[in-house]
Ligand binder design. Structure first.
Ligand code: ADP
Length: 190
């Protein structure tokens, strides 16, 4: 399996680049943000539980996220590999992911980290908020909180993969095609 963690702060372009990656490399997209929004839209118990955290730009508790990802992996048969988008966001999530993949005799092939300055992130998220309908994109305080949560809780995940020799950084400002070209070069070497 080719399993990739697409990593970066909110607004870095993970969703956009995931679409390009799954098409070119024939991988299965697993975005925890998308899964939560689906639950929210369907009004499930999980969606109701996640809503408060998401609206405030805080992380949903690890156990909830991990169980949801386990279910998703278990219900996806015949995947050539996964692109993990927005997951893992904490070190316990990264450890749990390693354990899950071991059950399939697999592991993470590599992490790709999109590097984008904070000011650019704020501009992109506020712009997206005009059309996305996402409460967490429409308020500067919430956006700043998400960026801070990323620094406090998610950056250590990069170190987790760096220790395993799986960390690849890509500058995430420029044309979507140009950035995708760099991502492709990294993936082809994995
Ligand atoms: P973004 O990367 O733009 O902040 P996502 O769509 O990935 O947005 O996630 C939206 C929200 O969903 C997060 O702010 C958080 O509340 C929740 N969420 C998504 N993935 C995770 C995760 N792996 N762990 C905890 N919470 C998560």
């Amino acid at each position: 399996m080719l399993n990739i963690v697409l990593f970066g702060p909110p607004g870095a372009g993970k969703g956009t680049q995931s679409e390009n990656i799954i098409e070119k490399f024939n991988l299965t997209h697993l975005s925890t943000g998308d899964l939560f929004r689906k639950h929210l839209g369907e009004g499930t118990d999980l969606g109701k539980l996640a809503q408060k955290y998401m609206d405030d730009g805080n992380l949903v508790p690890d156990s909830v996220v991990i169980d949801m990802v386990k279910d998703k992996i278990a219900s996806t048969s015949g995947a050539k590999g996964f692109i993990f988008d927005g997951f893992p966001r904490t070190v316990p999530q990264a450890e749990a992911l390693d354990t899950m993949l071991k059950e399939f005799d697999s592991d993470i092939s590599g992490m790709i980290a999109l590097d984008v300055p904070d000011d650019e992130l704020r501009t992109r998220l506020l712009e997206r908020g005009k059309t996305s309908g996402r409460a967490d994109d429409q308020n500067v305080d919430k956006i700043n909180n998400r960026i801070q949560v990323y620094k406090d809780e998610t950056i250590p995940v990069a170190e987790f993969y760096e220790k395993q020799g799986k960390f690849n950084k890509i500058h995430g400002v420029g044309s979507i095609e140009g950035i995708f070209g760099e991502i492709s070069t990294v993936i082809e070497k994995l």
